[in-house]
Ligand binder design. Structure first.
Ligand code: NDP
Length: 611
């Protein structure tokens, strides 16, 4: 293999590697994920809905054929596909006051998708909707969620402002008993849980976090009453004489720092680890071009995106963005150095990834020097890790925000904010007085299933899903769990695992669920359960596979991608990997599986008793 990367010599690459490790060392902490705390006390507002008043209603004690927990894109797509499959007796249970999931809750200024809308927004052809821009803002995404609900008449099936608290399998009646915080005790023949991988806000366990007397809030519940403005981008006029601080510089902060810089009297950005921020190049979508796309275009785009993003072969790049650019660079390097795809071993993939990544990260760091005028700020904004150690970011207004006279980067050199007191934030012995403190500190990921979802799932014999998965997820297709009949887990792990475009995983899962339920109903089955042997086989394949770990990685700087730098061995492998052959192969495999009518690995039974 040729170790030169364009203009980078092996010695330069070695120096990058050393610097990456030094920066990583600064950030490794003993407490790992435990450095974050759950929102309690002063922060319990994070469990509440500031947008929609709770409508009084009588507790539900009825039965439906299908209940979906979560009214985000997974629940919306499932509702649409169930309806298409002729299942009309379904219910969508949602903790928020409307559909939308993360796009209902996250209304911070600047919020938008960072995967192209043409692939990110599901059911574009079915709804005939044309996104206005390549990357659309959160309120437009929410509008699309509501459009899907409208098109498939899902609102009458929704139970909003309702949190599931317990989900228990009743074996004698072959139904799930669903209890909620509204006193409901309903039953459903089938249940799906689509509660999202990053839905529960978390807070940094910084000493004194609850002592701050100014206004503070998490990005997931932006306080527009205090800031003024709204999520369409209107100026936050109340901030013009305020000293605002923001803790965190991840994918969320990258998006809300530009509008905060525009509107705040002063803005202090408290940074522990800089994000890698690449070009976004957003632009309006041309209606005439869109109108002329051939039927079936979105499926082609989705396949094209998944193929190129995972370094596969395709003649053209339809989406043409930062995500596909990364995949194509790795692929081209592999073709040049190793040859045909059947020769691509995990080792070769990693080596080619590292080669292309070194060059990519040099470009990303150079871009900072080109844009940010103060050399010290520019230097502190430079990320020293591989691009996929953290969620790659794409933005064209983030870096220029640091050229504003009112915006200051407070770099903590990997240590994080020291403490918080009544009037502000301490970093390295220096106090920063603030009127308003924003937490852009992210969401629970890879923590216990009950903690993330807010409810226990209890299957046959009283086993809970949290216990069953204590040492890592065990499923068939990422969706079915033995001893948890008629239950569908909707996610992406142990399935396509296409993290760059989460909605494509969810939209595809909806088709699978609808096909299984249709088959069960057609064959008068009471119970659908995956066979233990099939589950074991699926899990073993993931466990034994040698993955080219591009996302996260033990030697990465800490973050939620690598369990905050604390290797977990088997558990991490099972909780973060997908179908070993890759995303496109999974989508092909599962399409064939669900349309074959065989549903291999599932058992359809007439009664619960025969096992
Ligand atoms: P992240 O978990 O990515 O970021 C949390 C931030 O808080 C990090 O910068 C972290 O620093 C920082 N932090 C934590 N503790 C401290 C401390 N004590 N002092 C200073 N800083 C601290 O959360 P985000 O909300 O930014 O993003 C979460 C995910 O949400 C994304 O990765 C993405 O998957 C999704 N998202 C998707 C978007 C989309 O367009 N589709 C848009 C926005 C988010 P450190 O890095 O050092 O840990």
């Amino acid at each position: 293999m040729n170790d030169n990367v364009g203009y980078l010599s092996p010695a330069e690459r070695e120096a990058i590697r050393e610097k990456n490790l030094q920066e990583r060392e600064k950030r490794i902490r003993n407490d790992g994920v435990d450095q974050y705390v759950e929102p309690t006390g002063k922060f319990s507002y994070l469990e509440e809905d500031p947008y929609t008043p709770i409508a009084e209603r009588e507790p539900l004690k009825d039965h439906v054929t299908f209940a979906f927990i979560g009214g985000g894109f997974s629940g919306l797509c499932a509702g649409a596909r169930l309806r298409e499959a002729g299942i009309s007796d379904f219910r969508i249970i949602e903790s928020g006051g409307d559909f939308g999931g993360v796009w209902y809750w996250n209304r911070y200024p600047g919020a938008m998708c960072d995967t192209a809308a043409m692939v990110y927004l599901p059911l574009l052809e079915e709804t005939g909707y044309m996104p206005t821009e390549k990357y659309v803002q959160a309120h437009e995404i929410w509008g699309h969620a509501k459009r899907i609900a409208e098109q498939y008449d899902l609102a009458p099936h929704a139970v909003f402002s309702t949190k599931v608290t317990n989900l228990t399998w009743n074996e004698s009646d072959s139904v799930w008993v669903i209890e909620t915080d509204r006193g409901d005790c309903m039953t459903a023949k089938y249940v799906a849980a689509g509660t999202g991988p990053l839905s529960r806000p978390k807070l940094p366990g910084i000493p004194g976090i609850d002592t701050f007397k100014g206004n503070s809030f998490h990005t997931a519940r932006w306080d527009y009453d205090y800031t003024g403005g709204d999520w369409t981008g209107s100026p936050m006029e109340n901030l013009k004489d305020k000293r605002v601080g923001i803790i965190g510089t991840g994918a969320t902060a990258i998006q809300c720092i530009p509008p905060l810089g525009r509107d705040a009297g002063s803005l202090s950005v408290f940074q522990r680890t800089p994000s890698a921020v690449d070009v976004r190049n957003n632009h309006p979508i041309e209606p005439n071009w869109f109108k002329d796309l051939p039927k079936g275009w979105q499926g082609q785009w989705l396949t094209n995106f998944a193929t190129l993003q995972t370094s596969g072969l395709a003649d053209e790049d339809l989406v043409h963005d930062g995500w596909t650019d990364i995949g194509i660079r790795i692929r081209d390097r592999l073709l040049e150095d190793v040859g045909r795809p059947d020769k691509w071993t995990p080792d070769a993939v990693i080596r080619c990834y590292e080669c292309t990544d070194d060059a990519k990260m040099v470009e990303i760091r150079q871009r900072i020097d080109d844009i940010v005028s103060d050399p010290e700020t520019a230097s502190s904004l430079k990320p020293w890790y591989r691009q996929f150690c953290k969620r790659p970011c794409f933005h064209d207004e983030y870096l220029p925000a640091f050229n504003r006279p009112n915006v200051r980067l407070v770099d903590t050199d990997g240590k994080g904010v020291e403490r918080i007191d009544e009037t502000g934030v301490w970093v390295d012995g220096v106090h920063h007085e603030l009127d308003c403190l924003v937490f852009a500190s992210g969401f629970e990921f890879n923590t216990d299933y009950t903690r993330r979802s807010g409810f226990d799932i209890t299957g046959i014999g009283g086993v809970t899903l949290a216990d069953r998965w204590q040492d890592g997820m065990e499923t068939l297709h990422g969706m079915h769990v033995h001893d948890f009949p008629n239950l569908f887990i909707v996610g992406f792990v142990q399935a396509a695992n296409l993290g760059a475009n989460l909605t494509s995983n969810l939209a595809d899962a909806a088709k699978t669920i609808a096909a299984i339920v249709r088959h069960a109903e057609d064959t008068s089955a009471s119970v659908v359960e995956c066979l233990k042997t099939s589950e074991q086989e699926w899990v073993r394949a993931i466990e034994e596979a040698e993955f080219a770990t591009i996302v996260g990685g033990e030697d990465c700087t800490p973050g939620y991608y690598n369990n905050e730098g604390k290797p977990e061995g088997r558990r991490h492998k099972l909780n973060t990997n997908g179908y070993p052959p890759g995303a496109v192969e999974f989508f092909n495999y599962i399409e064939e599986w669900r349309t074959s009518g065989e549903f291999e690995g599932l058992e359809f039974r007439k009664t619960a008793a025969i096992r």
